[in-house]
Design a protein around this ligand. Structure first.
Ligand code: VGL
Ligand code: ZN
Length: 213
């Protein structure tokens, strides 16, 4: 097996969107989305620093198919900033669907980054919204605190984990995606495309055993 990884003070675990709406029964359920929770809790115990993201949309968000008469979820629509997949309503601010999964151990989280709160712009990445220029502020936070490597896990592997990992590299951090601690929506082979995009960007794809062994 590849070398063991012992998380350092300059490493942070970034837990992406482990919310009820991305779990079975939720508005945008990711197959087996809840299955990552026990593993993620074990991983989080190995890190000195944990940050969480929370998808956090106002009702009537432009990424919702329901905001565009006659459009169905998972269709693509051209927005001012480019192509946008339309989603079922999900993670509406203050609703139970936007809450973290009840078994997720959030107590040691040092920061919660909320994203997707601008009514007109979606935000898959924890760093930049989908116009690829509006920053969330996470880069400044990580840099100010001296973090060098970002380990990522959560939902969904092919959207928010993928874009966050690629942007972490773009912002000058090391990025390691813990693959078995993620689950994918897998729309039109999007998981395969995401994996090659991540690998091409210099994101390292690792197994949790590298950390937990
Ligand atoms: C996500 C689609 C829409 C994600 C969030 O967390 O991957 N995907 N909003
Ligand atoms: Zn969303």
């Amino acid at each position: 097996m590849a070398d063991l990884i012992v998380p350092k003070q300059s490493d942070v675990l970034l837990l992406i969107d482990i919310q009820n709406d991305f779990c079975p029964g939720g508005g945008l359920a990711v197959p087996q989305g809840d299955a990552v929770v026990p593993l993620i809790n074990r991983l989080a115990a190995r890190f000195a620093h944990v940050i969480l993201t929370q998808d956090w949309h106002p009702a009537g968000h432009r990424s919702f198919a329901s905001s565009h008469g006659g459009r169905a979820p998972f269709e693509t629509l051209e927005m001012a900033y480019g192509a946008q997949t339309l989603w079922p309503d999900h993670c509406v601010q203050g609703t139970p669907g936007a809450d973290f999964h009840k078994d997720l151990d959030t107590a040691r989280g040092e920061l919660i980054v909320r994203k997707g709160f601008r009514p007109e712009i979606d935000s898959y990445s924890a760093f930049f919204e989908n116009d690829r220029t509006t920053p969330t502020g996470l880069t400044g936070y990580l840099r100010t605190r001296g973090f060098e490597r970002v380990f990522l896990a959560g939902l969904a592997a092919d959207f928010c984990v993928h874009f966050s990992a690629v942007d972490a590299v773009r912002e000058g951090f090391g990025a390691l995606v813990i693959e078995d601690a993620c689950r994918a929506i897998d729309l039109d082979n999007s998981l395969k495309a995401a994996k090659s995009a991540m690998a091409g960007a210099g994101v390292e794809l690792i197994d949790s055993a590298r950390i937990l062994a």
